[in-house]
Design a protein around this ligand. Structure first.
Ligand code: TUI
Length: 312
């Protein structure tokens, strides 16, 4: 057992938070993670206020354990979601892809624990000042929307600049990586990519297959030109996007249009041609479909073993 401050703060058994993956993290996956002793998250990104409310009502039936909602701040539904989480008394919020400053006061006044994803020390400091419960330092090894710094560089710098607990994210799939982040001062981990192949994760089989078959060098970042760099597994779509990005005859508007809906096409339809299969650099380390409980146990047991076995 590696109990950390994050466990007592969030009232969870294991210091593992599931990534709030858009179009992927629904009540079923989140409840499985929470029931296994971690913190499951529902992604608000792809749902309007009422759809999100239905998903929150669903998780309340599936688990009595703490859970959270991830609010992706670039989402057109972010403002609605920010209100619904208060009305539904959601215990924990994580945010991504932006600055949640305008919502922080209301969330904290409602007694919600807020854990913003940060990609820089300046943002981490600002969030700590605004009353965040903890910050999630997400490095660019992560899947989906990414910042500039890697976890190895970002995490210790964030640990040094705030007095609240720091959760490590990006590039963590096994116990050795988990142990390394604890050694660097993390009080918890966020895991996305490995939960893509959880048995309780309802994404299309083609998506799971792509993760299970990925090699170490199969990851690519596209979308930099549009200001939202996204890491995904190389595919016909990502290769096309990469080419268009360096083609100045393609306008930003056209590029944005081509990008629209690509994650839904991957997660829901399993569209091999037009889908964007977002995943982190550790996809190649994910070798088998397992239950959420097996994934959590493997990472936590592995972390303990890595620490016990450590010798210079
Ligand atoms: O949000 C994520 N990952 C995501 S969101 C997403 S949905 C999407 N779909 C299509 C196109 C683009 C996105 C897929 N993956 N991770 C959290 C995260 N947040 N990573 C990096 C950041 C971040 C970056 C800059 C947070 C804050 C920030 O700047 C703060 C500021 O002050 O503006």
């Amino acid at each position: 057992m590696i109990p950390t401050k994050l466990c007592s703060l969030l009232k969870i058994k294991y210091p593992i938070i599931q990534g709030g993956m858009a179009w992927i993290a629904d009540a079923k996956l989140a409840a499985a993670v929470s029931n296994a002793g971690g913190l499951g998250l529902i992604a608000a990104m792809n749902s309007n206020g009422e759809q999100l409310r239905a998903e929150i009502k669903a998780i309340k039936k599936l688990t009595k354990k703490p859970y959270g909602v991830n609010i992706m701040l670039m989402s057109p539904y972010a403002k609605e979601a920010a209100q619904v989480v208060i009305e539904e008394k959601v215990p924990v919020i994580t945010t991504g892809a932006g600055n949640p400053a305008i919502y922080m006061k209301d969330w904290i006044a409602a007694g919600i624990k807020v854990l913003p994803v940060v990609a820089s020390t300046a943002h981490a400091r600002m969030m700590a000042k605004s009353g965040a419960t903890a910050v999630i330092a997400e490095g660019s090894e992560a899947g989906g929307h990414v910042g500039e710094l890697s976890t190895m560089a970002l995490l210790p710098q964030v640990v040094d600049c705030v007095d609240i607990p720091v959760v490590a994210a990006g590039g963590i799939a096994d116990g050795r990586q988990a142990a390394a982040t604890f050694v660097m001062g993390a009080q918890g981990l966020q895991i996305g990519t490995r939960f893509l192949v959880a048995k309780e994760c309802g994404i299309h089989e083609n998506y799971k297959k792509r993760v299970l078959m990925a090699r170490d060098i199969d990851s690519i970042i596209t979308g930099k030109r549009l200001g939202h760099p996204v890491r995904s597994i190389k595919s016909p779509f990502s290769r096309k996007m990469f080419e268009f990005e360096y083609d100045n005859t393609v306008s930003n508007e056209e590029l944005e249009k081509k990008f629209g809906g690509c994650l839904r096409l991957a997660a829901v339809d399993g569209d091999e041609e037009n889908g964007c299969f977002m995943a982190g650099q550790v996809a190649a380390m994910v070798k088998a479909e397992q239950t959420a409980a097996e994934i959590i146990k493997d990472i936590m047991d592995g972390a303990e073993q890595a620490i016990i076995n450590y010798k210079l």
